[in-house]
Design a binder for this molecule. Sequence first.
Ligand code: UT7
Length: 328
Amino acid sequence: MYRAVITGVGGYVPDYVLTNEELSTIVDTNDEWIMTRTGIKERRILKEGATSTLAARAVDELLKKTNTKPEEVDLIILATVTPDMRVPSTANIIQEKLGLVNAWGFDFQAGCSGFLFGIEIVQRFVESGRYKKAILVGADLMSSITNYKDRNTCILFGDGAAAIMVEPQENSEFGIIDTQNYCDSTNGAIECLNVKRHGSAYPLTPETCLLDEQFVYQDGKRVFVRAVKGMADVVEEVMVRNHLSKENLAWLVPHQANKRIIDAARDRAGLTEDKVMINIHKYGNTTNATIPLCLWEYEKQLKKGDNLMLCAFGAGYTWGAAYVKWAY
Ligand code: UT7
């Protein structure tokens, strides 16, 4: 039996730092409100380029760190809500930029849970034994769908990308051990968190091209309540199923949407703050990049055999958790 094992992480964040102070000059907000309500101090913004710019840099670093030649990669999967174009997939654009000539791949989206869903997707591909070097990327240019006139949302998001290498190892005790993902679109979920334009239900016309519906809309309070419950419940479920406890879990790796949501999930799991990966204060919510960016930043602190619990909640609603035993 093959196990899908994470063998490397690469990441990239743009240089430009958009601080709470600068945002306070654009909309009616302030550092104190943003920090208390979200835990975000600053976020990174790409001034020139697209999602593929961020993703290609992250994948390029991953190839270098894992001593992988571009032609050795046989699969590339990208979780993103901000593809470069409607067609083709941004995975194709990354393939072309980096010369991944033997890889096929595709984009998919599951709101902020994309990377978690991607963990299960890549796990199934690699466990089959057919793919030897698969890359899963989480990348988003959130600044391209953020309304910088809306203080409810513009303080939340940032740009970034990170990628993992996943390889099959026979009968390994390490790797992606267990996953659990969910969707529930009842009770107004679709209306609470969306980007309406320019999907097929809300096509682009001269009359609609300037509407705010091209940006992220969120009913923050309603999403908050569901996010706390969704993340905490699924973490508990996967912990119980795998006999994990606060003693033998090394790290919680949560989606970085709001520090208060992270704290609630941590409390439910009975974990102390030093066991939780956090970078929301520096990068805000980078949507599909939050979890792999955490792995990227904390990589040096990880030890072989560490038990990690990844978890996310996002638009749809979508949510999930994954139990990973770190392999290096
Ligand atoms: O990643 C995908 C999933 N998304 C999430 O998990 C996000 C979940 N939601 C949240 O994180 C929080 O709901 C937010 C951070 C988005 C908002 O925090 P909140 O504590 O729920 O605030 P609120 O939206 O209820 O707003 C409270 C007050 C309002 O004023 P009134 O109506 O009480 O007078 C807002 O108008 O704060 C006001 N407000 C602001 N004030 C200063 C909203 N945004 C701002 C702002 N600066 N940027």
